[in-house]
Write a protein that binds this ligand. Structure first.
Ligand code: ADP
Length: 573
């Protein structure tokens, strides 16, 4: 049984067995109807020999040996029977096909051709014999019939081969062509992947390079604004600078977000936060801009809107800022209102304006990338046409939906709905309405690690403005930070950049978390980075960060983060 299974592993075996079986049956039928003893004997010898072979195959005889033995047996039998049956005139010559076709399909095309030659030689010999038959030979047909008979056998014989060869040739050609195409496609795909990688790398590094100086520009601008409170002229200049820098930042973020969406890299970072505070922060952001217009600017948050929610706070803020920014940009008279309602088990945010509106046929188009409602919008209002595309995708990423109601000249209402439910307030977190404070006169020690002197200066200024008695040490890379941490008094907080020469933020943090001295190991660390690649940020956080701010960071946010971390430390100590 086992041997039989083994024998059937070769896919050609069933085919060979079938031919063998048919040949055995044919041999015995021939024997039964044979008129003369020579044919009878030959048929019985052939049928018996083939039967032995059949058993041998089932017991493991190789297909090659089977074909060879069977063919020679067949040829011998055919030679005898055709000899008796009229040589070239005999219809038994059709069996010759079986000889070579079997070789061709079961063994190899080379063997098939070899047998074709053998068959042709046999037929030629028979033809010659038919033409020059000895007197004893029963000349049944004329000489011309011998040649015709030869042709009758030869043409189908060759046709059987040629048809198959022709299709095999076509198949081989098609296969070669498709393999060639596949190789070309694979090369193209590799090239495309390389280009995509290069593009991502390029966008990431350009974004990093742009964010780093923007951090300094926006940060220092904020510090200066605080200091020129009583000088309206200077305040105005700084406010304009701030507006332009903010605008530039929006463009940089939009391009980066869009490219991250395209490469599927953008993912939601869910956190628990107070919804009302975030909505108000987005709303308040435009207050300075509204002051220079005559627009009525209002925000209405219904009482039943959840207080604490779980979603990506930063992305929610981004969508709100985009819709409010658009509403203010495209409204010259009247009002811009932000409304937040608890609807259908989630929260609906609507931004209604009385601005220029959008014609019905343009409404679908504006959600497409780089699309604006009218060709002259770009010249009149500026913009990249990416804001709504990104907002829509962000809302979808947060499992929500977005839409608009608008009429040309009658204002617009852009709305989005998010599946936000009321969550429990996180343990140990207070409402932003009543923040905890550190003692501002406290003598705190900070270590600022950043390779850009302007960024170090900015952080130092922010810290010193809030904690005038604090001490701030600066290092330009992680290696120097290691020295500073090992010598001198302990620090209350380290603020560290991620990308730095010599030793970067991640390596430094890993060293800190595995340091021998417990006061180094337990040091709170706030990461500050212009790198926005999700995998890099994750590595940075996993190295042991206590907080992370993306550059350009909001000065107020930085103060509150520092406060939180310092407070945590002092309650632990
Ligand atoms: P951008 O404003 O940068 O051009 P957006 O994707 O944010 O890109 O907006 C696409 C277009 O949609 C705008 O150019 C404008 O034609 C139209 N649009 C968006 N918001 C409003 C609005 N509140 N009122 C009128 N048109 C708007």
């Amino acid at each position: 049984m086992k041997i039989m299974k083994q024998a059937f592993k070769d896919p050609r075996v069933p085919y060979a067995l079938m031919i063998l079986f048919l040949s055995i049956v044919a041999s015995f039928i021939n024997a039964a109807v044979a008129h003369d003893p020579i044919t009878l004997a030959s048929c019985i010898i052939l049928g018996s020999s083939l039967s032995v072979l059949l058993v041998a195959v089932l017991r493991g005889l190789s297909i090659f040996k089977l074909a060879q033995i069977a063919m020679y047996l067949g040829l011998a039998h055919l030679s005898v029977t055709t000899w008796l049956d009229g040589g070239i005139y005999s219809l038994k010559n059709q069996w010759m096909y079986v000889l070579m076709v079997t070789q061709y399909y079961v063994i190899s095309s080379r063997q098939g051709f070899l047998w074709l030659v053998l068959v042709i030689i046999a037929l030629l010999f028979q033809t010659w014999f038919g033409l020059h038959a000895p007197p004893a030979w029963p000349q049944m047909q004329g000489a011309d019939r011998a040649i015709m008979s030869f042709a009758d056998f030869l043409v189908p014989t060759i046709a059987i081969f040629m048809v198959h060869r022709f299709f095999q040739y076509q198949y081989t050609q098609a296969l070669a062509l498709s393999q060639q195409r596949q190789r070309e496609l694979q090369a193209k795909q590799a090239e495309l992947e390389h280009t995509l990688q290069m593009r991502e790398h390029f966008i990431a590094s350009v974004s990093h390079e742009l964010r780093t100086p923007m951090n300094a520009i926006l940060g220092l601008n904020g510090l200066l604004l605080d200091r020129v409170k009583n000088k309206p002229q200077a305040e105005k200049v700084l406010a304009y600078t701030r507006q332009s820098a903010d605008h530039l930042m929006t463009v940089i973020n939009d391009v980066l977000d869009y490219s991250q969406f395209v490469s599927g890299q953008l993912t939601a970072r869910v956190e628990r936060f107070e919804l009302q505070a975030t909505v108000m922060a987005a709303f308040e952001l435009f207050k300075p801009r509204i002051e220079s217009t005559k627009l009525r600017y209002a925000c209405q948050i219904d009482d039943d809107v959840p207080q604490w929610v779980d979603t990506d706070r930063h992305r929610l803020m981004q969508v709100l800022v985009n819709l409010l920014g658009n509403a203010i940009k495209f409204t010259h008279h009247g009002s811009v209102c932000l409304r937040v309602q608890a609807v259908e088990g989630g929260v609906k945010f609507s931004v209604q304006d009385s601005g220029i509106g959008i014609a019905a046929e343009q409404q679908q188009k504006i959600f497409e990338r780089f699309s604006q409602a009218q060709p002259d919008i770009q010249a009149q209002y500026g913009g990249s046409g990416l804001g709504l595309t990104i907002s829509l995708r962000l809302v979808q990423m947060l499992q929500g939906r977005m839409g608009l109601d608008s009429q040309a000249g009658m204002g617009s209402t852009f709305w989005f709905w998010l599946p936000l439910r009321n969550q429990a307030a996180p343990v140990g977190r207070q409402s932003i309405a009543e923040p905890a404070h550190t003692n501002e006169a406290q003598h705190l020690r900070f270590l600022v690690v950043d390779d850009h002197p302007v960024n170090r200066l900015l952080v130092k200024q922010v810290l010193q403005q809030h904690w005038p008695d604090c001490e701030v040490d600066e290092c330009e890379n992680g290696a120097k930070a290691m020295d500073a941490l090992q010598t001198g008094l302990p620090y209350d907080l380290m603020l560290i950049d991620m990308v730095m020469p010599v030793m970067d933020g991640i390596e430094t943090l890993q060293w800190v978390r595995h340091a021998d001295a417990v006061q180094i190991r337990a040091l709170p660390v706030l990461g500050l980075t212009a790198n926005v690649s999700e995998p890099d940020l994750l590595r940075f956080q996993q190295a042991g960060l206590n907080g992370l701010l993306l550059k350009p960071f909001d000065l107020e946010r930085m103060r509150s983060e520092v406060q939180r971390l310092v407070l945590q430390r002092s309650t632990r100590v």
